[in-house]
Design a binder for this molecule. Sequence first.
Ligand SMILES: [Zn+2]
Ligand SMILES: [Zn+2]
Length: 372
Amino acid sequence: MTTQQDLYDALGVSREASQEEIKSAFRKLAMEFHPDRNKSEGAEGRFKEIAGAYEVLSDPEKRGRYDRFSSAGVNGGQAQGFQGFEGFGGFGDIFDAFFRGTASRRVAPQRGADLRVEMELDFADAVFGVDHELVFDRIEGCAECKATGQRTGTDPATCPECEGQGEIRRVQRSLFGQFVNVATCTRCRGEGRIITEPCSECRGRGERRVGARRAVKIPAGVDDGSQIRLSGEGDAGSHGGPPGNLYVQLGVRPHEHFRRAGDDLLYELPLNVAQAALGITVDVPTLDGDEVELEIKPGAQHGELLPLRGRGVPHLRGSGRGDLVVRAHVVTPTKLSADQRELMQQLAESLGTPSVPDDAGSLLGRIRDALG
Ligand SMILES: [Zn+2]
Ligand SMILES: [Zn+2]
């Protein structure tokens, strides 16, 4: 660029060009030489020159001064005229002012949708954790066209409806005066550009629903209703927005022997009345797979709780495990043989009517405990 260059030459228009012609010439050249789009050497300098010329010629007052005094009349000199453009805020501002749509900034970035998948776990897998592979569908940006929708190697066109603005402005008159109605351009849906040759992979949508596989580590100690969040594994965002999250909703299948109470496991140990009265040593199954020998002392009450420390569910946060709580379940016989009936009869007469035991195993005892 030389300081001698004529501003009209810079835009390639005649000195008689209308404002409309100047605008259209600038737009065409700026599209070609914008540093974001044109990486060739000299493009930046050329763009600066174009933008500087446009800054002067698009302003009737400055253009008039330029015409009267040629280069000397504008800001005291043509070179300074270009510097004046720098004060305008740089390439980005002036470019955006004219090409907001084509720069695809007209449409706000949109975060992708969150996805939810349900997963059924075996009881023991929820307790001890498990590695799982999730298979689910999600929307991903098309890799072929880099999510643009436009066939690779071809360029989208500026939307003719909104001239790349992404919106249509209409002046409306009403009783209350005049106002400008701004509506998103329906032709390009606010994109400012339209696809001329759709990508064959995504048919111009820029995104595709694809089957995804994702390894997920279910931590030890999750429970029915727990939720796991996999950040950024949801649907892809659009217009540069981030992807959504994937939420895995966990369900736990019931176990044949064990129930969960937080981080404790409950095991109901069936005892007949004689075993409860006399005491017994039993092998209690654990979720770990082995058995633990447990001594039931004589006089065990129905509902009595016998904790096996550290044999429960690993704490989800922190270390250690809950307890395996064995609950004595005294089962009263419902069918008796003649012999058993005879024995029970003798026992009943011998024992007489009992009083409610005042210990923690009885309901009364527990209520008293709770009341302090
Ligand atoms: Zn449009
Ligand atoms: Zn595509």
